[in-house]
Design a protein around this ligand. Structure first.
Ligand SMILES: Nc1ncnc2c1ncn2[C@@H]1O[C@H](COP(=O)(O)OP(=O)(O)OP(=O)(O)O)[C@@H](O)[C@H]1O
Length: 252
């Protein structure tokens, strides 16, 4: 479980990125954070994951969170399996080397994501999408009951987007709590129970279906957004279309 209460953060004293963000992510549910470039999505998920200390408000996490970053360092010459084993740091401790159980957990996570075949490849030689999938496997390997993902679909082709969304749905069905930032309102609509919109007028939170209206998305992004219904395995969901060529006056 994750609970943010009145959270605010600024990189300098003069400028807040956001203030007064309050929401809860319960086991088996997902919350999506949406907003234009620079609105504070990464900052908010890093606060939620415990990687940044909020300037005000409180963050409560039950049992840690597996974090999937948006960008990653060079990772030197580590193999993909080494990268996933790093997710076992909590279980391994600082002075031990990973044991058979850690290796099994890492391989199991790689299999879930469908990247076990990449285990001996050097991480920096993987494509951007393959690296993203390995980082998701690393977060799963932590064994934490919560995942915090910063734009998990970035760099993924359509099949891998579907694979990751289905995987996240499966993890939620097993009771995992999830916080993800995304530039895809349709992903939020298909996955998330709740949403956090980081816009000009401050943060808005609420049920995803109620919050992600055409009007709210249009105001958030400054382009005329329309949502259209489609059938997803018998469930009616909404996808998002944006006619090209029309940026609304005053949009950032
Ligand atoms: N380390 C930093 N020092 C100072 N300002 C920062 C730092 N990191 C981010 N910012 C600023 O904070 C604001 C929010 O950045 P953040 O990366 O959280 O936005 P975002 O919504 O994730 O953006 P994007 O969609 O482009 O990834 C931006 O104005 C950004 O320039």
């Amino acid at each position: 479980m994750l609970e943010l209460d009145g959270v605010g953060f600024g990189y300098s004293r003069q400028a807040w990125v956001f203030r007064d963000v309050t929401f809860r992510v319960l086991p088996g549910t997902a919350t999506a954070v949406l907003g234009p470039n620079g609105s504070g999505k990464t900052t908010l998920v890093r606060c939620a994951a415990g990687l940044l200390e909020p300037a005000e408000g409180t963050v409560r996490r039950a049992d840690g969170a597996g974090y999937v970053p948006q960008a990653h360092g060079s990772a030197f010459g580590y193999s993909a399996l080494d990268m996933v084993l790093m997710g076992r740091a909590r279980q391994v401790g600082i002075f031990r080397t990973p044991g058979a159980a850690d290796r099994a957990a890492a391989l199991d996570a790689m299999e879930k994501v469908g990247v076990e075949g990449l285990r001996n490849r050097r991480f920096p030689t993987l494509s951007g999408g393959e690296q993203q999938l390995v980082l998701i496997a690393r977060a799963i390997a932590t064994g934490c009951p919560m995942l915090v993902l910063d734009e998990p679909a970035t760099g993924l082709d359509l099949k891998n987007q579907v694979r990751v969304l289905s995987l996240l749905r499966g993890l939620m069905a097993d009771g995992m709590a999830m916080l993800l930032s995304t530039h895809h309102p349709d992903h939020a609509l298909s996955l998330a129970d709740s949403a956090v919109l980081l816009g000009r007028g401050g943060a808005k939170t609420g049920p995803a279906e109620e919050l992600l209206t055409d009007a709210a998305l249009t105001a958030l992004y400054g382009v005329p957004v329309r949502t259209l219904p489609y059938s997803d395995g018998g469930t009616t969901r909404r996808t998002v279309v944006v006619p090209f060529g029309e940026v609304l006056p005053g949009a950032s």
